[in-house]
Design a protein around this ligand. Structure first.
Ligand code: UDX
Length: 469
């Protein structure tokens, strides 16, 4: 006999970073809306930041309930060693793991034993904990299925990847467009951050032990790649775009407080006029790039909303905007440290999104019908940009060239201006907008009742119910 949905308890565990928390928390909300008891967990340090920024607290969603419980990694957020990714991952794998295990055991003592754990593969040890405790475990892959395929082929040596001195070589994988050097995640080619490469490849360590690999994508977007990868690795269930899967926007997982006044400001701007610029939560732009970007924005004459975020300590320093920029920008644009991006992208005043193409931002703009200026910086962002521009046709890619005065490789001010014009008013603008709206509709259909992602979530809940019986 199947267990009742309300007696099922799903525990999600997220790597403590914004780009991971968002999709995991969105999945948590989606499962709670199906009538399940759902607990979201990450480290205490990040949990405290979430509480401070968004007043995170347990709530009822639809027929279900969403709770929050955090585990300790034994370090404060400003612990100097945390800036060393190897040391931090080790701390999570040891101290974090122990405290996470206690968290699970506590659930049984409180009369709500965990029926299923969902981790994101940046914390592969959660799968081992699940196995030790005899709890079924699934994973949520938080990037595209295309990137899953690329990493998988690299990890299992199923394809030849170009070396740094083989820039003319392409990478050709089943179902993907031919990838040039700059379209491939650079962890696999140039390897700019060795520690991050290790973490990225460790994602496959325990993947075959999961009973299901969920992915924040949707069938209509990546059908062939999903089919190919389901055949050669584990069965993949696309359940995205997760940010569209419940209408409940009251629970958010921001680590930083969003500036509310930018939404009011957007309300004062003409429809389809504002350029939105954000590089996610970890990317750091060079001083030269900030100079060019700010000059290009002013040159374009378009109103703009720009998120200028200080990256984590090990990824870069506090961004310094050129002297006098804020004064010059008065009345033309707004600079904030963090905003509610979902709300911004849904706003009718926004005309386009200049983005680093993190997968969350890619899914959010693609499914909000907002044209893109792609300016990837590293990792999967390179491949996401390729897909957004060449496969989905929703924008253009901003080129980097050496600056005349000092040779720094940047998207120059002229290039910034050219891209803004091209994507909003140029001869291709209408086709780009049409494509963007087409994907928005397809995404809405995927999560609507009976849609492909909706069905996959239902099947996933059925699986948990069966395993709990
Ligand atoms: C990281 C990696 O950099 C990225 O390449 C990978 O695909 C996911 O993990 P991040 O750089 O933070 O992610 O970018 P992204 O994936 O776009 O996630 C950022 C999230 O923060 C998005 O959900 C976005 O909506 C949110 N955000 C960003 C805000 O809510 N407010 C902001 O001001 C900026």
């Amino acid at each position: 006999m199947e267990s009742k949905k309300s007696s099922l308890h799903v525990l999600l565990v997220s790597f403590p970073a914004q780009g991971h928390i968002n999709p995991l928390l969105r999945l948590a909300k989606c499962l709670a809306s199906k009538g399940l008891l759902v607990t979201f967990s990450t480290t205490e340090t990040i949990g405290n930041m979430m509480k401070e920024a968004t007043n995170t607290k347990s709530s009822n969603i639809g027929q279900g309930e969403l709770r929050f419980e955090f585990f300790s990694e034994g370090w404060e957020v400003d612990e100097p060693q945390r800036a060393n990714l190897d040391a931090w991952m080790n701390q999570l794998r040891t101290v974090g793991r122990e405290s996470f295990t206690e968290l699970i055991n506590r659930q049984s003592e409180m009369g709500r034993p965990v029926s299923c754990i969902i981790n994101n593969p940046f914390v592969p040890w959660a799968t081992d904990v699940a196995a030790e405790l005899g709890i079924p475990c699934a994973v949520l892959w938080v990037q595209s299925c295309a990137v899953y395929s690329i990493y998988y082929h690299f990890q299992h040596q199923l394809a030849t990847f170009p070396k740094p001195d083989q820039r003319d070589m392409t990478l050709d994988l089943p179902s993907l467009p031919s990838l040039e050097f700059d379209d491939i995640p650079d962890f696999l080619t140039l390897n700019p951050y060795d520690s991050l490469r290790k973490v990225i490849l460790s994602q496959f360590k325990n993947l075959d032990k999961a009973f299901c690999v969920l992915v924040d994508s949707f069938e209509e977007l990546e059908r062939e790649t999903i089919e190919v990868m389901s055949r050669i690795s584990a069965p993949i269930k696309p359940v995205g775009p997760l940010f569209r899967s419940t209408k409940d926007a009251s629970v958010r997982g921001d680590i930083w407080k969003a500036a509310d006044d930018c939404i009011q400001w957007l309300g004062s701007q003409s429809p389809n006029s504002v350029v939105y610029i954000s590089f996610g939560s970890v990317v750091s732009l060079s001083k030269e790039q900030l100079e060019e970007l700010s000059a290009g924005l002013l040159k374009s004459g378009a109103p703009f909303l720009w998120v200028v975020k200080t990256p984590p300590a090990d990824m870069g320093s506090k961004p310094e905007l050129p002297d006098g920029f804020k004064k010059e920008a008065e009345g033309k644009g707004m600079v904030v440290e963090w905003c509610s991006q979902e709300q911004v992208l849904a706003h009718s005043a926004v005309s386009c999104f200049l983005t680093h193409c993190g997968w969350n931002s890619s899914m959010e703009c693609l499914t909000s019908g907002v044209p893109v200026i792609a300016f990837p910086q590293w990792g999967d962002q390179n491949t996401n940009a390729k897909l957004l521009i060449d496969a989905y046709g929703v924008g253009i890619r901003m080129k980097k060239t050496p600056r005349e005065k000092d040779g720094a490789a940047v998207g120059t001010r002229d290039e910034v201006e050219r891209c803004i014009f091209k994507v909003t008013k140029g001869s291709e603008a209408e086709t780009i907008k049409k494509n963007a709206l087409k994907w928005k509709e397809a995404a809405e259909a995927a999560v609507a009742d009976g849609g492909s992602s909706y069905r996959n979530i239902e099947l996933f809940v059925d699986d948990i119910q069966r395993m709990a019986s």
